[in-house]
Design a protein around this ligand. Sequence first.
Ligand SMILES: NC(=O)c1ccc[n+]([C@@H]2O[C@H](COP(=O)([O-])OP(=O)(O)OC[C@H]3O[C@@H](n4cnc5c(N)ncnc54)[C@H](OP(=O)(O)O)[C@@H]3O)[C@@H](O)[C@H]2O)c1
Length: 341
Amino acid sequence: MTLPDKMNALVQLHDGYAATQTGPNIADLTPFVAHQTTAVPQPGDGQALIKVHMAAVNPSDIHFIKGEYGQPRRKDVPAGFEGVGEVVAGDTPLLGQRVSFFASASGAWAEYAMTDTATLVPCRPDLAEVDAAGQLVNPLTAIAMFDIVKESGADSFVLNAAGSQLGKLLIALGRDHGIKPIAVVRRSAQAANLRALGAAEVIVTGELDPLGTAKTVFETFKPLILLDAVGDQFTSDLFFAMPANARWINYGKLSTEAPALTQLGQMIFQHKQIEGFWLTRWMKEVDPARIPQAFAEIQERFVTGAWKTDVAGIVPLSEAITKLPEVLAMPDGKAFIDPRA
Ligand SMILES: NC(=O)c1ccc[n+]([C@@H]2O[C@H](COP(=O)([O-])OP(=O)(O)OC[C@H]3O[C@@H](n4cnc5c(N)ncnc54)[C@H](OP(=O)(O)O)[C@@H]3O)[C@@H](O)[C@H]2O)c1
């Protein structure tokens, strides 16, 4: 296959980290990325070039381009952590195959992305393009964190931002494994859908006395794991209302609030713990055999309908600068970029 020298991409405008933490909302992409023509990356040893079919847009991508993620930005390099496409160059037996990938060397918001061959995930032919484009960041995190839930031995767990894509994947896992999800959301409109999906209880933070409701629910269900993507004061209050030995596992910072830890004595006298989860670290530390096993499970779950990707919109790469913020602001669905459109 003859490859072009140039491609279209959403290229980062900054290096390194920013001094601010403004969260994953974004009304204007232009301070952070520009739609540009740039060189198609050339794969070196252990790397593969992928012709991108579709890229996912996750909160981590927005934190990243704003300079508030766990990795430094790289000026003039395309953004975008994950996507699906065809391997078109590189020293790999997956040449010509459709793969999902983490774009470790050159980002997925581009016509071509580059990554380490070790991160390529071959896709089943019956896996839909949107499921394949977003099968790494959220589904793998759901599997990894649900392993923690299972290990806790409790027959329920608590999760906030429960109406997020990742929240819905976790609720479905709880439903299918008989471990009752206690879902926390800020909009009552999400409650019925989450109950239908498998949430045993839904606590709506905007309603009357949500903490009182949570205390009653915790007395019945006795959850030991709080999976937290919000990190606000209510999350802190929820944690201190949980039983002894509870673990607060923070994996996202959707709120810009700085919560107060009002009952630190519980860490001493009730053996409660606060910790963080990051997929990047989990992948380095987990038994390597767990990862292909997890991807087989992820693809099976999407193909059989046990999981579903809710799509807010698919934006052509050429129009992403103007259209992406609008799609990202839509409730209850994911945004994608199509570089072929
Ligand atoms: N640590 C890791 O390794 C890792 C891996 C994957 C994902 N994550 C994190 O997981 C989280 C969910 O990702 P996603 O892709 O599933 O998200 P998503 O589908 O884009 O949904 C975002 C959700 O967050 C809710 N939300 C936003 N700001 C909020 C706030 N201030 N308080 C309460 N809820 C708020 C929204 O609720 P509304 O509908 O009410 O607006 C929406 O349901 C993100 O924080 C992401 O960074 C972390």
